[in-house]
Design a binder for this molecule. Sequence first.
Ligand SMILES: Nc1nc2c(c(=O)[nH]1)N[C@H]1C(S)=C(S)[C@@H](COP(=O)(O)O)O[C@H]1N2
Ligand SMILES: [Mo]
Length: 207
Amino acid sequence: MPITRGFTGNRRRERPDRLPPGQYDTGSSWPTLTAEATPSGSLEQWTERWRLRVDGLVESPQEWSWAGVHALPRSSYAGDIHCVTTWSKFGMTFTGVSVDTLLEAARPQPEARFVLAHSTTGYTTNLPLEDVTGGRAWVAWEVDGEPLPRGHGGPVRLIVPHLYFWKSAKWITRLELLARDQPGFWEQNGYHDRGDPWLEQRYQGDP
Ligand SMILES: Nc1nc2c(c(=O)[nH]1)N[C@H]1C(S)=C(S)[C@@H](COP(=O)(O)O)O[C@H]1N2
Ligand SMILES: [Mo]
């Protein structure tokens, strides 16, 4: 029996392995989600003042300037992102530095098990240390080969793409290593402490 061609399944059917449960493909659009006021100031002013610190339970606290992070080995993520508000965006490329590189310099103490990411705005989000190591997290300043736009966290943001995107703090300035998990902004407001989209860990109390 001949197979009838011309039937076009939807993307979810074509790529059942790509979209986490309860998510839809946002296509070419990239929504902006910001709880606080977007930081102002020219790129020049911003990057002159900006520092990236890695401190807390580390052997050697670190601080990099804008030029300093750019002197570190570059690393990219190419893949998908997933927001808890149910959009996923496929095939993005973010470039910056791997969090592994930052932690190699700072050397976490044995008691360090969690990270609290801080933004210049006061936004925070908490992550288990193992979710920002092993090539799974970046401090990024480029998206698809262009400077990261201010609304999307530019000049520089955290990218932790295997977790819901609220973990990817925009305008990152500090990674604080902690012995105990300390809920960040959305986590204090009912969102999950880990936020794995494949396990649908949206809210506190989800598995
Ligand atoms: N500083 C800061 N970072 C943030 C947020 C925020 O409100 N402030 N929102 C988070 C949420 S909920 C999402 S989905 C993504 C949105 O990033 P985008 O606006 O670039 O899509 O940033 C995350 N990082
Ligand atoms: Mo989000």
